[in-house]
Design a binder for this molecule. Structure first.
Ligand code: XIL
Length: 372
């Protein structure tokens, strides 16, 4: 469908959203679409296509009323940003502390939000005691026990679980591009399948995911990561491990090279294994861009749309989570700040909870996506 001479619908909506078209360019159809865009939240744009949209949150940020209302307005799902990690839940051996993750779980169920569990087994953010204990004989039982504990505690309340996080690292030169993690060192390659079996037993209703990063861009390194990830996913299926989905983190960076064809192929390959796909930690790093805010926002929005238009074309993608919702609480600004220390602008809401051009780009990408 053509809206204006030589302007495709996708481009028309893109330009309309960025305010680049003259007022007389709006047709009735476009005005209706625009009215929907003004009222509807990101979760509604997503839901119209059968996609769940949500965000990672810090439990402490829910004390902030304006942030909490923004979460309730925009999100159909949440995921705890760090409250469900092992180091938080079991700071000393055998002394579990689920207080802060319980609070997030209650917030989700009180407000009808879906919950992603993140993450049962991750080599980062392990308690210090576990690192030492893992090297001892039988050390892996601690890891399996941890998975059983956290997944079992929230059984029936989590719709997607990141059971195992970040176990691919081709630079470690192990077979299959596996990471030389403390788990691999203690148990060899089969521990991932075992974690899935334990998680499934602990919560038969949850959809279980393997989650990883560095799979989106066109570099030799990410090519190697994609190959290794596919090999791992295929081997888990072949071993009959109860895995239901693949979580692609999607930490993006403006200026990185993206190859649409290669990326589409990767998504199709994952889908052909019979797995669903969730974009689990979408955000955009603008550290290569100058301080100018309108310019940064424009380029971030362009990147978001270019990427999501391709990703959402794949019908196996059913969940999209941003890693944070507002620039007021953004891990990149805290942990990987720009050289000029200005807040990073790679989330859908700014620090005042106003919608950013990235929000509009995401809404348009959901609107453009095929229904699933
Ligand atoms: C990050 C959190 O955002 C930070 O607050 C925490 O200090 C470290 O972890 N990949 C993941 C997430 O799977 O768990 C990470 O979250 C970001 C990278």
């Amino acid at each position: 469908m053509r809206y204006l001479d030589g302007v495709s619908r996708r481009r028309f909506l893109a330009q309309a959203g960025l305010g680049l078209l003259p007022a007389q360019a709006f047709t009735t159809a476009a005005l209706t679409a625009n009215a929907f865009a003004a009222e509807a939240a990101l979760k509604d744009h997503a839901a119209r296509k059968g996609i769940v949209y949500g965000a990672a949150i810090l439990g402490s940020s829910l004390r902030d009323d304006s942030f909490r209302s923004a979460v309730l307005r925009e999100c159909g799902a949440i995921v705890p940003e760090f409250e469900m990690k092992w180091g938080v839940n079991e700071p000393s051996r055998g002394k579990t502390n689920y207080k802060i993750s319980d609070a997030i779980v209650s917030f989700a169920s009180d407000n009808g939000l879906r919950l992603r569990g993140h993450t049962a087994v991750w080599y980062v953010n392990m308690p210090a005691w576990a690192k030492a204990a893992l090297a001892q004989p039988g050390g892996m039982d601690l890891v399996y026990g941890r998975a059983r504990d956290v997944v079992g505690r929230y059984a029936g309340k989590v719709y997607e679980w990141d059971v195992v996080n970040e176990e691919i690292e081709p630079r470690d030169k192990l077979p299959g591009g596996r990471r030389n993690s403390p788990f691999y060192q203690a148990a060899g390659p089969g521990f991932i399948a075992e974690c899935f079996r334990i998680a499934h037993e602990a919560d038969p209703a949850a959809l279980l995911f393997y989650n990883d990063y560095g799979l989106e861009y066109w570099t030799d390194y990410e090519d190697a990561r994609r190959r290794a990830t596919l090999e791992l996913l295929a081997s888990l299926k072949a071993a009959n491990a109860p895995i239901h989905g693949f979580g692609m983190q999607c930490h993006m960076k403006v200026g990185n090279r993206f190859n649409e064809k290669i990326f589409r192929r990767f998504l199709a390959d994952v889908a052909s294994l019979g797995l669903r796909i969730s974009l689990t930690e979408f955000d955009i790093d603008d550290m290569r861009l100058t301080a100018d805010i309108p310019e940064r926002d424009r380029l971030v929005a362009e990147d978001a749309q270019r990427f999501l238009d391709v990703a959402l074309d794949e019908r196996a993608v059913k969940t999209v989570m941003t890693w944070g919702l507002s620039h007021r609480y953004f891990w990149l600004s805290r942990e990987r700040p720009r050289a000029d220390k200005l807040p990073t602008r790679g989330l859908p809401l700014d620090a005042d909870m106003a919608r950013t051009p990235m929000w509009h780009a995401m809404a348009r990408a959901f609107d453009n996506a095929p229904a699933r």
